[in-house]
Write a new protein. Structure first.
Length: 589
């Protein structure tokens, strides 16, 4: 699917509903679903799954790919949404396309009137303004902070009236419509708290112990219950259907509810799917596909399986921590380009594809997801599996001898040893990490591989300072756009997920980082696609030479779902970027 004592304050802050006229609803195109509107039934619950507990219900402090806020307000639930049949942006919460002026840098957007939050309050310009202010307050620590700046210059949002917004960009942006399409969160809750207590008051809202009755959503669903380690349950927002209709005029979503079963690992997720307890699953490899096909053939599972739909729109990588002032040896080691080139050579990507993905995937060397082929510069440097080459690079760094335990040491007796962590329960990543550690051992590099809790891991990755609390992390990214597929919070120095170098002042440590930052913003501001792809090619080359992150493998995107579900995309619209279905058009047969 398109691919977070305050109780008293919430009550006191509640504002009166603003009167508004009803604009025409957003009509979800029939071509986005393989089923005709006449086939759709109302009611029922879509049962999904996720690994590990959620971190928060708060949309301003959430950073997980699968989150509670991201389920209540979908990625396409902004002012504009991308049409999967054309890649073009079309108005969703906006009442038409904007008036554009000032050389393509100013956008005046009319908001669709008649929209309401799940508590019945009108959605107005104040909600976008407040959401913008909170996201751009660095004391809040929002994962979306960087998306509101271009080359350190802010994008500004101004209220012209209750239903008109003005966006001013510091320069032209190829991603302008994506940037403007952030989800609005209620001013009468978050704005009231922010005006009274600032960032701390916002961060205190909507923790996992929040009363679901006080949670408010602008999207198709709203949280109705959460049990740690077990389930998160959502109910339909009754007001969403007032302005979201199918092509026959029926209110959306069709579903009454949506839920996540929290499973301990992907094997448990597969077992739940095979047992019919959940409605969809993301197959990892050939073994998963074989088990699902076997169950379908044996008629123990009534499901659809479509293998190799597209390359993945996600990445798997290892990042090393350059901010290790508490360990000068490791900091110097991790900052040495020869070390990182050697680590790339230790990554037996072919074995990873075969063993972790069951042969269904490809080795990757770059940050651009395999599905975005137009932005991949295959002439950029690669450092493929080569144990001898890795050993030679490490020898250049002074690691020519091994201790009695078989671990390489330098002339001062420093062992070539580090800890690599990943999120426990993601069995694919656990296998990738074990393969890497086994290969490293062959030439005397000791990798202490340690899967840990996902939320702890994310906290370490996003930490700032001169002594960040990890050596190396194996993780992945998803999200981003097919317009400029380099993360605004990943590539530029000082951004939230610039994982390898995140000092307190956000400064670049190398000239290559500076060049990557420059090229990122240059490409982001280039509207012409061919020119943008050429800049992306330069960025990818610089990134590959620096090798700050070791990219490993890209899987294939497979689709499977229980046949109790309807409303999936037609097969030609399915891919890893747009997913297999639109949640509002999904129904239970």
């Amino acid at each position: 699917m398109k691919t977070h004592a305050m109780k008293k304050l919430l009550v006191l802050a509640a504002a009166l509903t603003l009167g508004s006229s009803m604009a025409a609803p957003f009509v979800w195109p029939a071509k986005w679903s393989a089923d005709a509107p006449s086939a759709a039934k109302s009611g029922g619950e879509f049962r999904n799954y996720t690994l590990s507990d959620f971190k928060t219900v708060n949309p301003f402090t959430s950073a997980e790919a699968t989150s509670i806020p991201g389920t209540m307000a979908l990625p396409g639930d902004g002012l504009f949404t991308q049409d999967p049949t054309t890649d073009e942006f079309i108005p969703h919460m906006a009442d038409g396309m904007p008036a554009v002026s000032n050389g393509g840098k100013r956008f005046v957007v009319k908001i669709r009137q008649g929209m309401k939050f799940s508590d019945g309050q009108a959605i107005t310009a104040d909600d976008w303004i407040t959401t913008y202010k909170i996201h751009t307050d660095d004391k809040v620590g929002s994962n979306s902070y960087d998306s509101f700046f271009i080359n350190d210059k802010p994008i500004t949002v101004k209220k012209l009236d209750d239903y008109t917004l003005q966006f001013d960009f510091p320069q032209t942006s190829a991603e302008a419509y994506a940037t403007m399409s952030y989800n609005p969160w209620p001013d009468h809750i978050f704005g009231a708290a922010y005006r009274k207590g600032g960032a701390d008051a916002v961060k205190a809202l909507w923790g996992l112990n929040v009363d679901p009755k006080t949670v408010v959503s602008p999207g198709p669903f709203v949280l109705s219950g959460y049990s740690a380690g077990q389930r998160a349950v959502f109910r339909k927002n009754p007001y969403y259907g007032e302005w979201n209709k199918d092509s026959a005029g029926k209110s959306l979503p069709y579903l009454d509810g949506y839920s996540f079963r929290i499973v301990k690992d992907l094997n448990a997720g597969l077992a739940s799917y095979l047992a019919g307890d959940i409605d969809t699953y993301g197959p990892r490899n050939a073994d998963d596909l074989a088990q699902i096909k076997k169950a379908i053939d044996a008629k123990t599972l009534n499901a659809t399986l479509i293998a190799n739909v597209s390359p993945a729109a996600s990445s798997q990588w290892i990042t090393f921590n350059w901010n290790k002032a508490d360990s000068p040896f490791k900091q110097k080691l991790f900052r040495d380009t020869r070390f990182r080139h050697a680590m790339s050579m230790l990554a037996n990507r072919d074995a990873m594809v075969q063993l972790a993905l069951g042969g269904l995937g490809v080795p990757t060397y770059y940050s651009v997801y395999p599905v975005f082929k137009g932005f991949i510069n295959d002439s950029a440097p690669k450092y493929p599996y080569n144990l001898d080459g890795a050993a030679k690079l490490l020898a250049q760094m002074g690691f020519t001898k091994k201790g009695s335990d078989g671990v390489l040491v330098d002339s001062k007796g420093n062992k070539l040893e580090f800890t690599l962590t990943t999120n426990a329960g993601n069995t694919t990543r656990e296998q990738l990490g074990r393969i890497f550690a086994d290969e490293a051992k062959k030439i005397g590099v000791k990798v202490n591989f340690n899967p840990i809790d996902f939320n702890v891991l994310v906290g370490q990755l996003q930490s700032k300072g001169e002594s960040r609390p990890f050596d190396a992390i194996l993780l992945g990214l998803s999200g981003g756009t097919n317009i400029w597929p380099y993360g605004v919070n990943v590539v530029p120095c000082g951004t939230d997920l610039h994982s390898y170098n995140n000092p307190t002042n956000g400064a670049c440590a190398t000239s290559q980082e500076q060049l990557m930052t420059k090229l990122f913003y240059q490409g982001q501001s280039t509207v012409d696609l061919k020119a943008r792809e050429a800049i992306g090619s330069q960025l990818l080359k610089t990134e590959a030479e620096l090798q700050p992150v070791i990219y490993l493998v890209g899987g294939s995107y497979h689709v499977t779902y229980n046949n109790r579900l309807g409303g999936q995309h037609p097969r030609d619209l399915m891919d890893s970027y747009y997913g297999s279905r639109e949640l509002p058009l999904t129904f239970i047969k």
